[in-house]
Design a binder for this molecule. Structure first.
Ligand SMILES: C[S@@+](CC[C@H](N)C(=O)[O-])C[C@H]1O[C@@H](n2cnc3c(N)ncnc32)[C@H](O)[C@@H]1O
Length: 342
């Protein structure tokens, strides 16, 4: 990434100007979701990186068990909703339907909410929507959505003032207007610490709003957001904005050729009654264990041993320290007790 001159500009509101400068929020919006945007490409997210959903079927099976707990807390309604929010190509909702016991599957209305088009050949039971349905009774699950909600990036200038970072389509950056209004209030409340030159932050306000807007659509049940997260006591001093392309981390160039993502201030997103836990703890609570099978099984039933070993390896990946296990689960019960036992 290269840097231009730092200075005040007339386009600090994030809108493009003659030189193509705009705030990161507008740049991400266009690069990820505009015409020809990264998430509209035919290969889908799985063509570029692995989420927990792609890593193992154990993940969808655990979410199916969570849906079972929500069903119980709701008193087994005649119709139970499962919403895969920001569904990619519908991999999670497909896996959840496959893992549900027949009686629960028969009562479940499955939704995938996604900006990209419905993939060909998707299970006809899955309703494909561009927006979250209203009046959800059941479980809304958003795996790696909030990290892709476009946000502004801010940086402290030499005089100690937080300024919006402006970017061109080739990834060149410069500083724009001082951060003001609700964005400045968010920074002060959620990204505390000294304003030293060069420090950077992602202003998570649009994520908080996005999360609140889908939780508001849950009438009764549970909403869960899962992402790489950080908390106010340990924000990354230079932010985490980055790119991914074809399995590799890359510079976040907003030209539609790569994913652009940043870890999420899940503590700021949490609404009253919500709590965050690690994916490791959440999956353990849902019965995903990484224990190796007993060696004796290798002689009595070699095929079962190999299957159990593979499953233990996948569970270990989903719960690994320093990896997927460190992801945060923001668990937001609506009108029911916390089904993960908090
Ligand atoms: C990192 S991918 C995650 C896909 C899937 N949930 C998974 O875990 O494999 C993020 C997805 O969120 C979708 N997305 C982003 N904002 C959205 C919105 N407002 N409504 C629906 N989908 C959205 C993108 O199109 C993309 O497919």
């Amino acid at each position: 990434m290269t840097w231009g001159a730092t200075g005040k500009t007339a386009d600090g509101d994030g809108g493009p100007d003659g030189g193509g400068w705009r705030g990161w929020r507008a740049a991400m919006e266009a690069a990820l979701y505009g015409p020809g945007g990264f998430y509209r490409r035919p290969e889908g997210p799985a063509g570029h990186f692995r989420t927990s959903v792609h890593a193992s079927a154990l993940f969808a099976e655990a979410v199916a068990r969570l849906l079972g707990r929500v069903d119980e807390a709701l008193g087994h309604p005649a119709s139970l909703d499962f919403v895969d929010m920001a569904a990619g190509r519908g991999e999670l909702v497909t896996g959840v339907l496959a893992a549900l016991p027949a009686d629960l599957a028969a009562r479940t209305r499955a939704y995938a909410v996604e900006i990209a088009d419905r993939p060909a050949g998707l299970d006809h039971r899955i309703e494909w929507l561009a927006e979250c349905p209203k009046g959800v009774t059941g479980l809304l699950f958003a795996n790696e959505w909030l990290d892709n909600v476009p946000v502004e990036v801010a940086e402290v200038d030499p005089s100690g003032v937080w300024r919006l970072v402006l970017v061109r389509e080739d990834g060149t950056e410069r500083l724009g207007e001082p951060v003001s209004g609700a964005a400045a209030e968010w920074l002060a409340r959620w990204w505390p610490g000294p304003a030293e030159e060069g420090l950077r932050a992602e202003i998570g306000l649009p994520r908080d709003t996005a999360w609140a807007s889908v939780v508001a659509r849950v009438e009764r049940g549970l909403a869960v957001a899962v992402d790489y997260a950080h908390t106010a006591d340990a924000r990354p001093p230079f932010g985490t904005l980055t790119g991914f392309r074809k399995g590799r981390e890359t510079a976040p160039v907003p030209d539609g050729s790569c994913d652009i993502t940043a870890h999420v201030a899940l503590d700021a997103c949490a609404l009253p009654g919500g709590r965050a836990l690690t994916q490791r703890d959440a999956l353990r609570a849902l019965g995903v264990a990484g224990a190796r099978p007993p060696l004796a099984l290798a002689t009595t039933d070699p095929a079962a041993y190999v299957r159990a070993l593979a499953s233990a390896g996948e569970a270990a990946e989903l719960t690994a320290p320093g990896g997927l296990g460190d992801f945060g689960w923001l668990v937001q019960p609506v009108g029911i007790p916390d089904p993960l036992g908090g």
